[in-house]
Every structure is written in C-alpha cells, then in structure tokens.
Design a protein around this ligand. Structure first.
Ligand SMILES: *Cc1c(COP(=O)(O)O)cnc(C)c1O
Length: 232
C-alpha cells in the first residue's frame, strides 16, 4: 500500500509543480513516519524515499539507532529544550523553533558538537490556540533576535495549517507565510537568507506547493491512518 500511496502523492506533487511553474526538484517530500514501525520506513526506503519526519525525540533516537542507512531525519514536532541535546548529529533540521529558550539550547548543543543546526521558525498563521508557533507579527522580531546565534542557520519558516476538508481555505496561510519569508529576506538581516518553507500536509500539500512550499510533510497520505492506542 505504501508504494501505491507514494506513487499517488508523487503524481500530485508533480501536477502541483507544473501548475505553479515550479521545478519538481525544488520541492522535497518529507515522509512523516511518526507512530509507524521501522518496517514501514523500510518499505518507503525501498521506493526511494530518504527524507523522514518525526515529532518525538525518543522516536527519532530509537529509529535512527535501528536504521543506520544514510537518511535525512527532520524534527517537525514541538520540542522541549531539555531534549535538544539528543538531536545534533541525528536530526538534520529542526522545524519547530518558536521561543528563545529553545533557540539558546540548540545554540549550546550545536556548539558542543561543533556543528551548525539548520532550523525553521514555526509560525501559527491562523492564530489557533491549540497550536504552537509564533504569531506572524512576532516572527520577524524573533528571527532578528536569534539571528546572532552562530550555531543556528535560520533556513526559513514552518507552519501547520488548520485541519480542514477544503484545502483551498488554507491557501491564505501558505501565501501569508511565503510573504513573511520574502519580507524577512528584504530586510537583509545579517546572516539570514531564507530559502525554505515547510508547509502542507496530507490534506493540503498541493495548495502549499502552489504557494511556494519547499518541504511538504506527508504522513497519512503515505503510511495510512495513525493508531495512537498502541506504541510504534
Ligand atoms: C503528523 C504531522 C504531519 C503529517 O500529517 P498528515 O496529515 O498525516 O500528513 C505533518 N507535520 C507535522 C508537524 C506533524 O506533526
């Protein structure tokens, strides 16, 4: 089933790129494997997938301990500062930076490992109470604030759009995030050039691509529904 799902998602990504006049290689599909077993990840790998997303530090650690092939692992979920120490050398990018304490801890741990961590600032475009992330108004000042941290490379923005049956209703948020990125770039903040927009999930990735997504994070559309009643 994973193979067929991936073929379907790939076809839709290509269509959306074509519609938007974008190149396929400018969009990276992140296969969101949270809660899913290693066997599912191996099935996706067999289809050529090398980029995976997880939302829990423990799960990334367990899975990378078991799967030692060279893959890219993205930390896409809410992150507590005390867990950051496990990520350098394991995750290639953290998508969910939304507070100073977390940024400072990433700085400290990346410095300890003598590496620069690619990060995205998470923005709550729809001002949903249930979601993490900064409001669009706060985002630019926050980028300026953390831009001085030498072991963070601020690559762009991430957003989780509202759950909806109608992907078109999220277009405004994806467009807004792209405009926010363009605004940051026009400010020429020293050390900051944003080239990344992580937006779009199973329900709305085509619209996100049309609005400029460079990463789409697709879980259910590849691996099927998640079962939270049992552990992965
Ligand atoms: C789970 C998750 C996804 C994938 O969601 P689907 O709707 O299953 O595609 C994407 N982004 C984040 C941050 C997630 O936690």
């Amino acid at each position: 089933m994973i193979k067929e799902n991936l073929e379907y998602v790939e076809k839709n990504i290509r269509k959306a790129c074509e519609k938007a006049g974008r190149k396929r290689e400018d969009v990276t599909l992140i296969a969101v494997s949270k809660t899913k077993p290693v066997s599912d990840i191996r099935e996706a790998m067999a289809c050529g997938i090398t980029v995976f997303g997880e939302n829990k530090v423990q799960e990334i650690r367990d899975k990378t301990a078991e799967i030692t092939e060279p893959l890219s692992w993205h930390m896409i979920g809410h992150l507590q500062a005390n867990k950051v120490k496990y990520l350098p050398g394991v995750a290639c990018m953290i998508h969910s930076v939304d507070n100073r304490k977390l940024a400072d801890e990433i700085e400290k741990q990346a410095a300890k490992h003598d590496l620069v961590m690619d990060v995205l600032v998470e923005v709550n475009m729809a001002h949903e109470d249930t979601k993490f992330g900064l409001s669009p108004d706060e985002a630019i000042d926050f980028v300026k604030e953390i831009s001085t941290l030498p072991h963070l490379n601020i690559r762009g923005f991430m957003t989780i759009a509202p759950y909806t049956e109608d992907p078109e209703s999220n277009r405004v948020y994806f467009k807004g995030l792209r405009e926010l990125k363009d605004q940051v770039n026009s400010l020429s903040i020293p050390g900051v050039h944003m080239d990344t927009l992580s937006m779009g999930m199973t329900g709305d990735y085509e619209v996100a691509i049309e609005e400029g997504a460079t990463f789409v994070r697709v879980g259910t559309g590849i691996f099927g529904e998640r079962d939270y009643s049992k552990k992965a």
